[in-house]
Design a protein around this ligand. Structure first.
Ligand SMILES: [Zn+2]
Length: 252
């Protein structure tokens, strides 16, 4: 069972769900976690995609933790999350420090991140730089999750795009509640450095790494590029990374 914990269907692609699922078939992905970013996608729309996907999409929620930094009215993020998980059946929470305007170690995150733990769902954070112009790179430094992991010890948090070149594996070793997700950075750096994927997997622990690609329609190379660098891994470790770990933390 291959589970991709980081994919996107953008608002203007809702009517291309068949194409998205066709790509999953071609790329041998059994289930795709589709990640929204509030306020640019509604949790109700995500629930609708899940409903239409024949079990292929694992829908995630997004809420806006700090409305004052974006100028867009919000509802209380804890209430918003509770509704998304308990009423809409979504399975995780995506938060983006650059687009949503906060630092990864802002204590103001504690109520909503702790609520995710109480609701039994993981939180995936964008970490590291991004191509867009939004936000301060400083706010998305993966080291900042060190603080948040201590502030919210009962919430599983996933470092998105966790670079194999940085301190990510130390974070995963240090904190039982921190996991690493592979999209973009692993394909880029491990391709240049054979042996890197195996070394980081051994250091972080194969139980703490999640297969994620940042796939969206037309971006097949993000999947094939990652698959190529993961081939060097021990087969049992690859099984964990490709799906077993995600199935465990998402209760699939
Ligand atoms: Zn993404």
């Amino acid at each position: 069972m291959r589970i991709d914990v980081h994919t996107h269907i953008w608002n203007d692609q809702f009517d291309r769900l068949d194409q998205f699922i066709g790509s999953l078939d071609e790329l041998a992905i059994d289930r795709a976690c589709v990640l929204p970013i509030a306020p640019y996608m509604r949790n109700e729309d995500m629930a609708d995609l899940v409903e239409r996907s024949n079990g292929r999409i694992v829908g995630w929620a997004s809420v806006l933790p700090f409305a004052e930094t974006t100028g867009i009215p919000r509802v209380d993020p804890v209430e918003d999350l509770r509704h998304a998980i308990e009423d809409l059946g979504l399975k995780g929470l995506k938060l983006h420090p650059l687009i949503q305007g906060f630092a990864l170690n802002d204590p103001g995150l504690v109520p909503v991140v702790s609520a995710a733990g109480e609701l039994g769902v993981p939180v995936l954070f964008h970490t590291g730089p991004a191509n867009g112009r939004a936000g301060r790179m400083e706010n998305a430094r993966i080291e900042l999750l060190d603080d948040l992991a201590i502030m919210c010890p009962n919430t599983i948090m996933i470092a998105g795009h966790a670079s194999p070149l940085g301190p990510a594996s130390y974070l995963a070793r240090k904190h039982p509640n921190v996991y690493l997700e592979t999209s973009i950075t692993w394909a880029r750096w491990c391709k240049l450095m054979p042996g890197l994927a195996s070394m980081v997997t051994e250091h972080a622990g194969a139980d703490k790494i999640l297969y994620g690609t940042d796939f969206s329609i037309g971006r097949d190379e993000r999947v094939t590029g990652l698959n190529a660098v993961l081939e060097e891994l021990d087969p049992a470790d690859l099984e964990k990374i490709s799906g077993q770990n995600a199935a465990r933390i998402l209760n699939l």
